[in-house]
Design a protein around this ligand. Structure first.
Ligand code: SAM
Length: 240
C-alpha cells in the first residue's frame, strides 16, 4: 500500500508531518473544536477515566501537540507528565497554555520522536497518545519503543479516529470529510493539504480489530478497544 503523506513529496513522512503540524499549529485548537463541535474534549476525558484505576504517577503523552491530553491527565493528580512531539510549532502553543494554566510544575513538553526517543526502559506508569499513531512513519517501531518505556503492568491508551462503515454515520462522515473538513481546514489553516491528508490518513489506518491485533503482536497484553463518538473514534487500551 502506498504511504499516505501530507505533501506527497520526496521528504520522509516524518519531516512532512512535522512541517504540516508546524504550519497549522496556530489554528490547530480552533479547528479541532470547530470541526468536531467540541466533542474531542470528552473523548480525552474518557481516556483519562479508563487509566485512572491504576493511579499513574509518571505519565508520558506521546504526540502531545498543543498539550491537551497532557492537560487532561492532570485529573489523575500525577507527579510528572512529559509530553513529547516532533513539531516544535505545536508545542510552542502547548507550552503557552501550560504556563497560563500554571501547570509547568508538573507538565514538561520537549522534542521527542515516539519511534526513537530514548527515555529509560520501564520508567513510565502510563502512556497516552491522542490522534498521533496514525501519523507515525513506522507504526510498529513507535509502539515497540513505547512498550520499552512503560513499566511492567503500565498502561497504554491510544485515542484515534476510525472510518465508520455503517449507514447513516458513514454517509455523514464521508460528506463531512469530503466537503466540510477540507474547505474549513484550508480556509482557516492556510495549508492546502493538511485537512485533506486528515481523512486520507484515517482511511489508511488499520481498523479497530486490526490495530488491536498489532498491539498484541508487538507485545502488549490485554489489548482491546472502545468505540466513542458514534464510532467516529476509538480508545485502545493495552498493558505491558
Ligand atoms: C493530530 S496532532 C494530536 C495532538 C494531541 N495529541 C491532541 O490530542 O490534540 C498529532 C501530533 O502527532 C505528532 N507526531 C507525529 N508523529 C510523531 C512521532 N513520531 N513522534 C512524536 N510526535 C509525533 C505531530 O507532530 C502532531 O503534533
Amino acid at each position: 500500500m502506498a504511504e499516505i503523506t501530507p505533501y506527497k513529496n520526496q521528504d520522509s513522512k516524518k519531516d512532512q508531518v512535522a512541517q504540516m503540524f508546524d504550519n497549522i499549529a496556530f489554528r490547530y485548537d480552533f479547528l479541532n473544536s470547530l470541526l468536531s463541535l467540541g466533542i474531542h474534549k470528552g473523548w480525552r476525558k474518557k481516556c483519562i477515566r479508563f487509566i485512572a484505576s491504576k493511579k499513574p504517577k509518571n505519565i508520558l503523552d506521546v504526540a502531545t501537540g498543543t498539550g491537551d491530553f497532557a492537560i487532561a491527565a492532570m485529573k489523575l493528580n500525577p507527579e510528572k507528565i512529559i509530553g513529547i512531539d516532533i513539531s516544535e510549532g505545536m508545542m510552542k502553543f502547548g507550552k503557552e497554555k501550560i504556563n497560563k494554566l500554571n501547570l509547568s510544575h508538573t507538565i514538561t513538553l520537549q522534542y521527542g520522536d515516539a519511534e526513537t526517543c530514548n527515555l529509560p526502559d520501564n520508567s513510565i506508569d502510563a502512556i497516552t497518545v491522542g490522534f498521533g499513531v496514525r501519523n507515525f512513519e513506522n507504526l510498529e517501531k513507535g509502539l515497540l519503543n513505547m512498550l520499552r518505556i512503560l513499566k511492567p503492568g503500565g498502561q497504554l491508551c491510544v485515542l484515534e479516529f476510525t472510518t465508520p462503515r455503517k449507514f447513516p454515520i458513514k454517509q455523514f462522515y464521508d460528506f463531512h470529510f469530503k466537503y466540510i473538513t477540507p474547505t474549513l481546514g484550508k480556509l482557516f489553516s492556510k495549508d492546502d493539504r493538511a485537512y485533506s491528508y486528515l481523512p486520507e490518513s484515517i482511511k489508511a489506518f488499520p481498523d479497530n480489530e486490526r490495530f488491536t491485533s498489532i498491539l498484541k503482536k508487538v507485545g502488549y497484553k490485554k489489548s482491546h478497544f472502545h468505540s466513542v463518538g458514534l464510532v467516529l473514534a476509538a480508545i485502545y487500551l493495552a498493558e505491558k
